[in-house]
Structures are given as C-alpha cells and as structure tokens.
Ligand binder design. Structure first.
Ligand SMILES: Cc1cc2nc3c(=O)[nH]c(=O)nc-3n(C[C@H](O)[C@H](O)[C@H](O)COP(=O)(O)OP(=O)(O)OC[C@H]3O[C@@H](n4cnc5c(N)ncnc54)[C@H](O)[C@@H]3O)c2cc1C
Length: 446
C-alpha cells in the first residue's frame, strides 16, 4: 500500500475539484410569503424548472436544504450524452417498442436542450464535444457493446465507431479493455460552472434562491377560489405559500414525502482528481480528451478536466459508504489498473455525491397528490435532469398539455421501499460479485 504522503497532495481537499472554480452558494435572503411556484432542490433540475417558470412570468422560489448547488449536480463527472443510458444498459427491458422510441427521442431532446441553452444564453460551462469511449470489460461485453452501439446509431443517429482492442491504445493509452465503441457526438462540461451559469440565469429571470431552507413539511391549504388548492411549504427558515410545488431532490430525496422516498434509492458514487499531469502525459493517455466509461456493473468513469491538465476518475469502490479519503485510496488503485503510468501522480481532491436509482432504471416526471416531481437520474442526469426540470415546469404551468415519455407509466417502488438499510449494500455486493466473476474470466484469457 502506498504511503499517504505519496498518494495525497499537500493541498488535498475532501471536496469536488469543480468547486475550486465555482463553489456552491449561500443565499440567506428571507423567504417570500407567497409565490406561484416553490421548487424543492437547487440542482440542475430545480434551476431549469425555475428558469422556465420565471420565463413564463411565474414568481418562483427555489429552496435548498444546504447551499445552492451543494447536491449531485456540482459533484458529477459532467459527461453528457443522449440515449446511451437507455441503449447501453438494460433500462429498456420491458419497455414497449413505441415507448422506447419516445424515450430515445426525449433523451436526444435533452442533449439538444442542454446544448441550446448553453449556446443561446452564452452559459460559461466549458462544454466540449470530444466524444465518449465505452470500454468492454470482457470479450462478451465487446460483442454486446457492438450490438448496443448499433441500436444507439439506429435510434438516435449518432456516429458510433467500433474500436477493436488493438486500436484502443492509440485512443485511450491503455490495454485494460477488450475494445469498445466511440460515440463522436458526446462530450462533457464543467459541472459547477454550468450550475453557476444556470443559477445566474434563473436569478436574472426573477427567481429567488434560498439556501439552508430545508422543506420539512408540505401542507395543503385552501386557495382563494372555491376549486383551487394552494400549498404551504414549511422550511427550516419559515414557511411560504405556493400554487405549485415541485420536488427536485433526486439522490438527496429524504423522508419529506414517503411516496418519493419509497421510489428513489440514493446511491453514493465517488471521484478523485489528480494534480496537473506532467507534460505530455495527458496526450499519451487521452489524446482526444475523451470521456471514458465502461461495461462493468460498478463502472469506471473518467475524463480529463476541461483545461486538459488533470485526470478525473470515478467509481463506487466498496459495498459500504466510505470517507472521501478512504475511497480515494481505493479509486487510485483502480485508476492505476487503467493507467499504470499515473503511479507518481498525487490526488488533490476526493468527493462523493448521491445519484438516484429507480425501480425501472428510468427517470420519472409527473404529479402525486398535486405535488409535481422530476426524479431518478440513475446516474445520468446532467442533460436529462436539466431537460426534465424545464418540461415539468411547462406542464405545471399549463404551457404544455403533455409532459413527454418520462411522464408515462407508473413510478414503481425502488429498493428503498423494501429495505433501505439493505438495498444499497446488497445491490453493490451483487454488482461486485458479477464484476469479480468477469474479472476471473479476464484473468483466464490473459
Ligand atoms: C458522483 C456523481 C457522478 C455523476 N456523473 C454524471 C455524469 O458524468 N453524467 C451525467 O449525466 N450525470 C452524472 N451524475 C448524475 C447527475 O449529477 C444528476 O443526475 C443531476 O445532477 C441531478 O440533478 P438534480 O437537480 O435532479 O439533483 P441534485 O443536483 O442532486 O439536487 C438535489 C438537491 O435537493 C436538495 N434537497 C433534498 N432534500 C431537500 C429538502 N427537503 N428541502 C430542500 N432541499 C432539499 C439537496 O440539498 C440537493 O441540493 C453523477 C452524479 C454523481 C453524484
């Protein structure tokens, strides 16, 4: 085991690398007494909903339990894509062919939405379309990726290259995978800069943001007209009345409303960032500065920082939750499996964040008991949750009659409803066993 002094940079921080450039914000302005729309959660979803609702003239307040942007949105890997989660995982199992087409269409729309809002509003988000490589952990995964790549190309029109194992080293500087596929149109952004730009946009359009205002109870109250209902949202900093309430808490969904808590399973994912790499090393390992992930259950996902100087590497390294420092030691070992050449590079940042898993691996938007929601990124929400926030806002205000394919079908229970203490460790253990078993197949082949 490497001594900590060689592993951790002297300026090591248990915080996202992204926060160096754009930290989350404290916003302690008093809550308004009454708004049209109260949004619980200040991630991409909540802010996109706020931006859209404010553009339609609504008075909007965004509430967060912690700092504005302290949740998953500024902790992610920042990789963006369209439809890959549907085509490259078994999320589509049991989905009718018709609905699959609509889900794919919406996933593509989410990617286009993100690119459009960044361009139209000149958002400072370091958006870079550099392509994404999906590595095959075993030879059979390679065949599977080849098939899924075809589906992705057919359904979404992206350019998919099949990369044989002997061509892979030129692309990702590693022999770790059995080849893979490359999608040209995918890319990444700076998660925290994008968030900062969204909150500036929401504020410019008139929404107000309130940190340290955990929603503790949502009460239904009588409105002015005989047939109207309003809500009173009680928070850690007082109460406000709202005509509409949106729950946008994703992987940070707590016990506020049992209906949501039973449908969303928060799972931690961890990342590290390295110090700037020595001259030429990034070029040797990732000349195209591509996003990289793989076919394992507990997948590796890695990318260069947007300025191309550091490696950012993520996974779920253990069954149980870990401190950032302990996770960093394990992630470092995994990163070296992919790139032994990084062995003398130290870690400057380690952090974790919570993604929201759902029972059917799909995100859901809709309303329950009159309270709107957009939840369940399943680890793939930079574009999708931004998009679903804006869609749910339009539906809520009556701008659109239909909220699209992610609003169709029941929102099933997740493991959280069955045994919240056991579901995540059990699921992780099964995933690790599966990866371990496939690791033995790899060892036998090498
Ligand atoms: C480590 C990690 C890596 C990821 N990598 C990628 C990636 O590379 N690509 C990709 O597409 N997606 C990725 N994701 C997923 C993506 O980040 C999320 O899907 C997306 O940011 C979720 O946004 P959101 O607005 O729905 O929720 P969040 O940004 O998580 O915001 C939810 C907010 O709700 C607040 N909240 C909770 N309860 C309350 C309450 N009672 N009152 C008030 N506020 C409350 C929380 O404090 C939090 O700020 C990753 C996620 C993580 C954690």
């Amino acid at each position: 085991m490497r001594p900590d002094s060689l592993l951790f940079h002297e300026d090591f921080r248990s915080a996202p690398y992204w926060w160096d450039a754009a930290p989350p914000e404290t916003a302690r302005a008093p809550l308004p007494d009454s708004v049209d729309v109260a949004i619980i959660g200040s991630g991409y979803c909540g802010l996109s909903a706020a931006t859209e609702a404010a553009a339609h003239g609504a008075r909007v307040a965004v509430l967060d339990a912690g700092e504005i942007g302290g949740g998953g949105s500024t902790r992610s890997g920042g990789m963006i894509s369209s439809g890959q989660k549907l085509a490259l995982t078994n999320a589509i199992q049991g989905v009718s062919p018709d609905r699959l087409v609509r889900l794919m269409h919406e996933s593509m729309a989410s990617f286009e939405y993100l690119k459009r809002i960044v361009a139209d509003e000149s958002l400072d988000a370091d958006l870079q379309i550099t392509g994404r490589f999906f590595g095959a952990y075993t030879p059979s995964h390679f065949e599977q990726l080849r098939r899924q790549g075809q589906l992705l190309r057919d359904k979404t029109g992206v350019t998919v290259h099949v990369i044989e194992r002997d061509a892979q080293r030129a692309m990702i500087g590693s022999d770790y995978y059995y080849g893979g596929i490359l999608v040209d149109e995918y890319g990444g952004l700076h998660t925290a800069k994008y968030h900062r730009a969204l909150r500036e946009l929401a504020t410019r359009r008139g929404a107000t943001l309130h940190s340290h205002a955990a929603a503790e109870h949502v009460e239904r109250i009588a409105g002015n007209a005989a047939d109207s209902t309003r809500f009173r949202v009680h928070t850690a900093r007082g109460a406000l009345d709202a005509q509409h309430v949106l729950v946008a808490t994703n992987g940070y969904t707590g016990p506020l409303m049992p209906f949501f808590a039973r449908r969303v399973l928060p799972v931690a994912s961890y990342q590290i960032a390295t110090e700037p790499l020595p001259e030429g090393l990034m070029h040797a390992l990732n000349p195209g500065r591509r996003m990289i992930s793989d076919s394992k259950r507990n997948l590796f996902y890695t990318r260069p920082s947007p300025d191309g100087t550091r490696m950012i590497f993520g996974s779920r390294p253990a069954i149980r939750e870990l401190s950032e420092r302990d996770a960093a030691r394990l992630l470092y070992g995994k990163m070296l499996q992919l790139w032994p050449a990084l062995r003398d590079v130290r870690i400057t940042h380690a952090w974790k964040g919570y993604v929201a898993m759902t029972g059917d691996k799909l995100a859901h938007i809709g309303a329950h008991d009159g309270i709107h929601y957009a939840l369940g990124c399943n680890g793939n929400g930079v574009a999708l949750m931004s998009y679903l926030g804006h869609r749910v806002a339009r539906k809520m205000l009556g701008v659109d009659r239909d909220a699209g394919a992610f609003s169709e079908g029941a929102f099933p229970l997740s493991g959280a409803g069955i045994a919240s203490q056991l579901a995540v460790p059990l699921g992780s253990a099964l995933y690790q066993l599966d990866d371990l078993w496939r690791g033995r197949v790899r060892a036998a082949l090498s």
